[in-house]
Design a protein around this ligand. Structure first.
Ligand code: IMP
Ligand code: MG
Length: 183
């Protein structure tokens, strides 16, 4: 990795847009096969998952509806505060529905454990998780995994394709490692 100079942010491509596009298509194909003949209810976790979700949904064949939730845990920095708060709840009931929760990244697992717990209480017919990225080395909650996963990545802070640092970089087409100058 190129050394970071003081006073500069540095971005290094980790996953190219073409690789992401291929993988997202594969996941959509797999979902289409797994749910053939069923209605799928995709729930996106705002805001990070919005790009992944919008690409994914257009490659899923069949009957799909969408809803969104918003949570906060990270605040403005790179480290989780460890506390997950629900900022926006779903618009409609998920009882009896085939739910796939769509998230940008599985890191410590705190966010998805929290969301899984509150969503399972609402008795969906089935419940699965789709995540674009997974940083397995960071996991604090051992019992959570993505049923559909894009890529396992090393323990680096990444931005782009929906992922942010202090609300920036969500619009990058590639997933990039962000290095910040030392404080
Ligand atoms: P967890 O609760 O620690 O699993 O963190 C999940 C959330 O933290 C994700 O939905 C992201 O919003 C954020 N997050 C974790 N790692 C990164 C990263 O490398 N870049 C940007 N956001 C991240
Ligand atoms: Mg997120």
């Amino acid at each position: 990795m190129i050394p970071v100079q003081r006073g500069e942010e540095h971005l290094k491509v980790l996953l190219r847009r073409s690789a992401i596009e291929r993988r997202v298509r594969d996941i959509a194909r797999q979902i289409s096969r797994d749910y053939r003949g069923e209605r799928i209810h995709l729930i996106g976790v705002l805001k990070g998952a919005c790009i992944f979700l919008s690409d994914l949904v257009r490659h899923i064949a069949g009957d799909v509806s969408l809803d969104f939730m918003a949570v906060s845990s990270y605040g403005k920095g790179k480290e989780t505060s460890g506390q997950v708060r629900l900022q926006k709840d779903l618009d409609s009931s998920i009882e009896g529905r085939h739910v796939i929760l769509v998230e940008d990244i599985l890191d410590t697992g705190l966010t998805l454990s929290y969301l899984r717990r509150i969503l399972l209480q609402r008795r969906p017919a089935t419940f699965k998780i789709a995540a674009l990225l997974d940083k397995p080395s960071r996991r604090l909650k051992k019992d959570i995994h993505a049923d559909y996963l894009g890529f396992k990545i090393p323990n680096e802070f990444v931005v782009g394709y929906g992922l942010d640092y202090a609300e920036r970089f969500r619009n990058l087409k590639d997933v990039c490692i962000l290095s910040l100058p030392p404080e």
